[in-house]
Ligand binder design. Sequence first.
Ligand code: KG4
Ligand code: ZN
Length: 343
Amino acid sequence: MSRIILGIESSCDETGVGLVRLHDGGAVELLADEVASSVEQHARFGGVVPEVASRAHLEAMRPTAERAFATAGLRLSDVDAIAVTAGPGLAGALLVGVSAAKAYAAALDVPLYGVNHLAGHIAVDTLQHGPLPKPCLAMLVSGGHTQLLRVDDIAGEITEIGSTVDDAAGEAYDKVARVLGLPYPGGPPIDKAAREGDPTAIDFPRGMTGPRDAKFDFSFSGLKTAVARWVENAERRGEEIPVNDVAASFQEAVADVLTAKAVRAATEMGIGTLVISGGVAANSRLSSLARERCEAAGIELRVPRPRLCTDNGAMIAALGAHVVAAEKKPSALDLSANPALPV
Ligand code: KG4
Ligand code: ZN
């Protein structure tokens, strides 16, 4: 008998509600993936404003859930288990999703699972590419996170092997976009500008790649500062900023460091599959360079489609399905959000 899992996500600025079907053999099928974003309300601040995000979640949660059920052609009473992002993320934002999930679980008398947002970003890939090989390596690159994770079991055995020591990759994109006068969030406009630019025009620094640096950690704050200084100097000289070249050179530095470290980690650990997920995985240069380098190293590369890479409820439903399939213990109804939840 297959089971229906409801997934709820509210860790940042996206209210996501997903529905999946867990088939008997363990296959997970996507039925609905509805997202309401408050990104436009944050745009003029250049970053997510927690209070604004929480309020937007409150307003969007119910209509988003209703849309998901309508899309899937299901009723609330069809749900067999509920998964919700318990962390990491913004405390107030997380609490909206956790409260909603608890209310649904209590009303429907079904098990509730508080799950990890980062694991969700990896689990989502199973909706597109099927079961994950054990082990696999995951690189999670988003506005809030930049991490390399060894995944022995998506339902609970995930080990961080590297992470950013300062800014997340997406954060660097957002800050550099600001310096270049491009809109927020900065990833898509930089990606677009870079297509018209020369990635070798400026040799920006590759952070944490020195012989004494931690092997699998990242740093993007030096790169961000280098771009800002380069632009300031050009402005001081009264020169016009070659936005496309700066964007392309910055993007090349990010893609170079991310892919080099991921491929090196997979090779050194003898892992044959790399999954890249999170908002920055939508970056065209990151995926093309990753493809090139993985192919050269004999590593299978899996990148979920962009819609699945950014925050959504389907990723939490997918992770919930794997947790249910692994027969993990449900969370208690006094489950709380943990803004700093580790993987
Ligand atoms: O995963 P996500 O939607 O939300 C977080 O959990 O942070 O990631 C959002 C981040 C933003 O920083 C955005 O600028 C970046 O992903 N992003 C991109 C691209 N599309 C989104 N970065 C580079 N290239 C893109 N095409
Ligand atoms: Zn995320």
